[in-house]
Design a protein around this ligand. Structure first.
Ligand code: THU
Length: 136
């Protein structure tokens, strides 16, 4: 993906991370999801005192976009780290979020991770190989 597009998406994920509600883990995550026609939907993790209702940043972004009628996605940027610090390490998506990506995206969907300095780029196929999938 183009460097400018990747940098734009990472900076939107960093901005979205500010809206994280994470009083239990103190680990704030932000995500920015790019549609095939160039729109961006963002998310941050939202936690619950009973823990299991917690939703990751990536799924907030996906479900917001899907509920807005979007079905065609090209990339997501994910950033995370201690809530009282700037992002300083990579935060790979959890397995549940990878499965949700598989629900709506093809194998060549781009997953961008940033530690605040560098950007690493993966395909969905690379981070969830041999997946159980409804999409080719
Ligand atoms: N979290 C995400 O938002 N995305 C991930 O892919 C990994 C984990 C959140 C869930 C929880 O609120 C916090 O990070 C600590 O696990």
């Amino acid at each position: 993906m183009k460097k400018e597009t990747a940098e734009m998406l990472v900076s939107k994920a960093i901005e979205a991370r500010k809206k994280s509600y994470c009083p239990y883990s103190n680990f704030a995550v932000g995500a920015a999801l790019l549609t095939a026609d160039g729109r961006v939907y963002t998310g941050a993790n939202i936690e619950s005192v009973s823990f299991s209702p917690t939703v990751c940043a990536e799924r907030v972004a996906f479900f917001t976009a899907v509920h807005a009628g979007e079905r065609d996605f090209s990339a997501i940027a994910v950033v995370g780290g201690k809530a009282d610090q700037d992002v300083n390490d990579f935060c790979p998506p959890c397995g549940v979020c990878r499965q949700v990506m598989t629900e709506f995206c093809k194998r060549d969907f781009t997953v961008l991770l940033s530690d605040g300095k560098n950007i690493r780029e993966f395909t969905l196929e690379a981070i969830l190989p041999e997946s159980f999938s409804s999409v080719d």
